[in-house]
Design a protein around this ligand. Structure first.
Ligand code: 5MM
Length: 359
C-alpha cells in the first residue's frame, strides 16, 4: 500500500472548493430516472447520457472526481475514449461504485445490508487497471419503529470497513458512504441521534480493520428531519445539527467529508452546504464538500429528455449546479450567486468550449 499516494489523492478530491459528481446509478436506478422522462432504458442511452455529462465544458472547474458505475467504466465515448481515460484527460479523477447493492437483511425485517465483498479484491485490481483511483460503497439505514437496529448498523459498518481496507490495499481511496435515509416522519433530533450512532460504529470498525483515515473520504447524509415530519427545520438548524454531529463522531485525520444529496433539490443542497461552511469554517476539522448525484443531475436530465438537440442546455444546467456547489463548499454561495451563475453559465460554457477547440 502506498499511503502517500492514497493521502495525496484523498486531499485532491476535496481541494480548491471542488467536490465529487456521483454518476454511478446502477442499471435499475438509472432506468427508473429515465422512465420518469420517457427516455429509452438501454445501455446505449445510459452511455449517451454519461457522455453528455462528462463532455460538459468546464466541468473540471468545480468537480474533482466522478463516480462511475461498472457499465460506464467499460463503455467508450463517441470518440473511442473509455470514460475513465476521458475523465483523467480533463483533470477529473475517475472513481467507481463497487458495492453490489443493499439487499434485504435476513432476520431483520425492513432493514438492508450491502453486499459485494466476495471477489472484491479481484474487481478492485481490474478497476485500477481501467484507471479508477477511488471507489465507493454505500450502506443504507432506514429510520422507523425500532430501526435501525444494532445488528443492521454493526453488519453494514463491518462491511464498509472491510471494503475500505481492500481498497487501500489495492491503491484506491475508499469513499465510505453510510446513508441514513430521509423517508419517514422522524425529527431532526432523531436523525442526529441515528447518524451519530452510525458514524461512531463505522469509525470504530474502520479502526478495527486498520483503515488509514488520512487516505479515505467520508460520504454521509446531512442531518435532516424526515420528509413527512411536520416540523421542517431552518437552514441554520440543519447546519448546526449536521456539523455538531460530525464534530462528535468524525476523527480529524479524515481529509474530507462529502455529502450525498439524498433527494434534496439542487438549490437546497447548495444552501445547506454553504451554511455549514459559513457558520463553522474556522472550526471544521475536514473539508466539507459534496458528492451529489441527483442535486447536480436532476435539472439536466429533465432538460435532456434523451434528445440530441437538448445536449447543450442540459450541459449548462450541470455546469451551473456544479459551480453553485463549489461556491457552497467555499462558503460563497447565496441567492445572488445562484442567479449570477445562471446568467453567466452560457457565457462560461461558450468560453470553455472555445478554449477547448483552440487547444
Ligand atoms: C445516495 O445516493 C448516492 C448519492 O446520490 P444522491 O446525491 O442523488 O443522493 C449515489 O452515489 C448512489 O449511491 C448511486 O446513485 C447508486 O445508487 P444505486 O441505488 O443505483 O446503487
Amino acid at each position: 500500500m502506498n499511503t502517500q499516494i492514497l493521502e495525496a489523492t484523498a486531499k485532491l478530491m476535496v481541494a480548491d472548493g471542488k467536490g465529487l459528481l456521483a454518476i454511478d446509478e446502477s442499471t435499475g436506478t438509472c432506468n427508473k430516472r429515465f422512465a420518469k422522462w420517457q427516455i429509452p432504458q438501454t445501455a446505449e442511452a445510459h452511455r449517451q447520457y454519461r457522455e453528455l455529462i462528462v463532455n460538459t465544458p468546464g466541468l473540471h472547474e468545480s468537480i474533482s472526481g466522478a463516480i462511475l458505475y461498472d457499465e460506464t467504466i467499460r463503455q467508450k465515448k463517441d470518440d473511442g475514449a473509455p470514460f475513465a481515460r476521458a475523465l483523467a484527460a480533463i483533470g477529473i479523477i475517475p472513481g467507481i461504485k463497487v458495492d453490489l447493492g443493499a439487499k434485504e437483511m435476513a432476520s431483520f425485517p425492513g432493514e438492508k445490508v450491502t453486499e459485494g465483498l466476495d471477489g472484491l479484491r479481484a474487481r478492485l485490481t481490474e478497476y485500477l487497471e481501467m484507471g479508477a483511483r477511488f471507489a465507493k460503497w454505500r450502506a443504507v439505514f432506514a429510520i422507523g419503529d425500532g430501526i435501525p437496529s444494532h445488528g443492521c448498523i454493526e453488519a453494514n459498518a463491518h462491511a464498509l470497513a472491510r471494503y475500505a481496507g481492500l481498497c487501500q490495499e489495492a491503491g484506491l481511496v475508499p469513499v465510505v458512504e453510510p446513508e441514513v435515509l430521509m423517508e419517514g416522519d422522524h425529527t431532526l433530533e432523531v436523525c442526529s441521534e441515528v447518524t451519530e450512532r452510525v458514524l461512531r460504529t463505522v469509525f470504530r470498525e474502520l479502526y478495527s480493520q486498520r483503515v488509514k483515515l488520512e487516505g479515505m473520504i467520508l460520504k454521509p447524509n446531512m442531518v435532516l428531519p424526515g420528509l413527512t415530519c411536520p416540523r421542517q427545520n431552518t437552514v441554520e438548524e440543519v447546519a448546526d445539527a449536521t456539523v455538531g454531529c460530525l464534530l462528535r463522531s468524525v476523527p480529524a485525520a479524515v481529509p474530507g467529508v462529502v455529502f450525498l444529496s439524498g433527494g434534496q433539490s439542487g438549490e437546497l443542497a447548495s444552501v445547506r452546504l454553504n451554511a455549514m461552511n459559513v457558520r463553522y469554517k474556522s472550526r471544521l476539522l475536514w473539508e466539507l464538500s459534496f458528492s451529489f448525484g441527483r442535486a447536480i443531475q436532476e435539472p439536466a436530465l429533465e432538460i435532456w429528455h434523451g434528445e440530441q438537440a437538448n445536449v447543450i442546455p442540459a450541459q449548462e444546467a450541470i455546469y451551473h449546479r456544479a459551480k453553485c456547489d463549489r461556491a457552497a463548499h467555499l462558503g460563497k454561495y447565496d441567492g445572488a450567486v445562484e442567479a449570477d451563475h445562471r446568467e453567466s453559465a452560457t457565457h462560461d460554457m461558450a468560453t470553455n468550449a472555445y478554449a477547448g477547440s483552440a487547444k
